[in-house]
Design a protein around this ligand. Structure first.
Ligand code: F6P
Length: 341
C-alpha cells in the first residue's frame, strides 16, 4: 500500500509525532508514503517530499510540521478534485492521510464523498473539533498559557495590577478555561458566554476590596461582550474570509481600568501557543493517532477520522469533523465559576 500524507490549517505541536508514527507503523506493514507540502496545496500543485523512516527521524520532539501547512481548500480550487486524483495516480497512491482541523478535514470529507479515499487525523490547539474528546496540540497550548499565567501572577502581585491575558480560541473557550483553572486565574471570558463588563468589574472590585491587590483575567480571543455593553472589535478578514481575531483584550483592559480605577495591563499570547516543543500528552496522542491512521487505511476505513474516546483511540465518520463544534459544556463552565466571578 502507498499513502500520501499532508498537514493542513494552523500548525500545532504534535504534528510531527503523528507523521513519525505513521511512517514507523507503515515501515512494519509494507506501507510506503509520499509527503505533500503545505496541506492540500501540495496535492493540488503536486509538490512532494520524501517521507520515509530517514526523513521522519528525530522529529518527535519538534513543534511545527516537517511537511509545512496551509489553509488552501481544494474544494475552492479550479478542478480541485481532478487535480487531486491526478496527483494520486502519478504517485501510485491508494489513499491520503489528512492531518488537520475543521477546514482540512472538511475538505477531506467532501473529497471522500466524491470517491477519493481519505483518512483524517484531528488536530487544533482550540480543541473544538467534534467527533473526538481531544485534538493534537491542545494540551501544549494549555501548558504554555498556564506557564505564562504563573509568570504574570508574580508581576501582577508586585505592582497591584490587573493583567488581562488573551489566549487563542476562536469559537470555543477550551484553552482559556483549562489555563484559567490550572493557572489559578481570577476571571474568565470565553466565546460560549458573552460577558457583561460591569459584572466583571464588580467582581474585581469585590476581590480587591476584600482579599487581593491584583487580579488575572483570562480572555479567549473569540470572547464577545454582551450586546450594547461596550465596544466590540472590528476584525479584518483573512484570505478565506474569516475574521482575523486577536485584540479583544485591548478593549477589555481599558474598560476595566476606567470602571475600577485599577491599573490594568494586557498580554496577548498569540502564536507562542502554537510554537515549540509538544508536551508529553500531545506526543502520546499524536503517536497513537498516527498508528491508528495506518491501521485504518490498511483496513480500508476510508472516509473516517481517528478519534480519542475516553482512554481509547477509535474512529468516526470524517463528516463528524464538520459537524457542530465541540464547545465548553455548561456544566464545566459552572464548575469553573467556583473560582471565577
Ligand atoms: O484554529 C487555531 C487558531 O489557533 C485559532 O485559535 C486562531 O484564531 C487561528 O488559529 C489563527 O491562525 P493564523 O494566525 O495562522 O491564521
Amino acid at each position: 500500500m502507498r499513502l500520501g500524507v499532508l498537514t493542513g490549517g494552523g500548525d500545532c505541536p504534535g504534528l510531527n509525532a503523528v507523521i513519525r508514527a505513521i511512517v514507523r507503523t507503515g515501515a512494519q506493514r509494507d506501507v510506503t508514503f509520499v509527503g505533500f507540502q503545505d496541506g492540500w496545496r501540495g496535492v493540488l500543485d503536486d509538490e512532494t517530499m520524501v517521507l520515509d523512516p530517514v526523513t521522519a527521524r528525530g522529529i518527535l520532539h519538534r513543534g511545527g510540521t516537517i511537511l509545512g501547512s496551509s489553509g488552501v481548500n481544494p474544494m475552492r480550487a479550479d478542478d480541485g478534485p481532478e487535480r487531486i486524483r491526478g496527483a494520486m495516480e502519478r504517485h501510485g497512491l491508494d489513499g491520503l492521510v489528512a492531518i488537520g482541523g475543521e477546514g482540512t478535514l472538511g475538505a477531506g470529507a467532501a473529497l471522500s464523498d466524491l470517491g477519493i479515499p481519505v483518512i483524517g487525523v484531528p488536530k487544533t490547539i482550540d480543541n473544538d473539533l467534534a467527533g473526538t474528546d481531544v485534538t493534537v496540540g491542545f494540551h501544549t497550548a494549555v501548558q504554555v498559557a498556564t506557564d505564562v499565567i504563573d509568570r504574570l501572577h508574580t508581576t501582577a502581585e508586585s505592582h497591584d495590577r490587573v493583567i488581562v491575558i488573551e489566549v487563542m480560541g476562536r469559537n470555543a473557550g477550551w484553552i482559556a478555561l483549562y489555563a484559567a483553572l490550572t493557572g489559578g486565574a481570577d476571571m474568565l471570558m470565553i466565546p460560549e458566554k458573552p460577558f457583561d463588563i460591569e459584572d466583571a468589574c464588580a467582581h474585581l472590585r469585590h476581590r480587591h476590596m476584600n482579599y487581593a491587590s491584583f487580579s488575572i483575567v483570562v480572555v479567549a480571543e473569540g470572547a464577545e461582550p454582551e450586546a450594547g455593553t461596550m465596544p466590540r472589535p472590528d476584525y479584518p478578514l483573512d484570505e478565506n474570509g474569516y475574521p482575523r481575531l486577536g485584540g479583544i483584550s485591548n478593549m477589555v483592559a481599558p474598560e476595566i481600568e476606567k470602571r475600577t480605577g485599577f491599573e490594568t495591563r494586557v498580554t496577548i499570547l498569540g502564536h507562542v501557543q502554537r510554537g515549540g516543543t509538544p508536551v508529553a500528552f500531545d506526543r502520546m496522542l499524536g503517536t497513537r493517532f498516527g498508528i491508528a491512521a495506518v491501521e485504518l487505511a490498511s483496513a480500508g476505513g476510508w472516509g473516517r477520522m481517528v478519534s480519542r474516546q475516553g482512554q481509547d483511540v477509535a474512529d468516526v465518520p470524517l463528516a463528524e469533523a464538520t459537524g457542530p463544534r465541540k464547545v465548553v459544556p455548561e456544566e464545566l463552565y459552572h464548575e469553573a465559576e467556583i473560582f471565577f466571578g
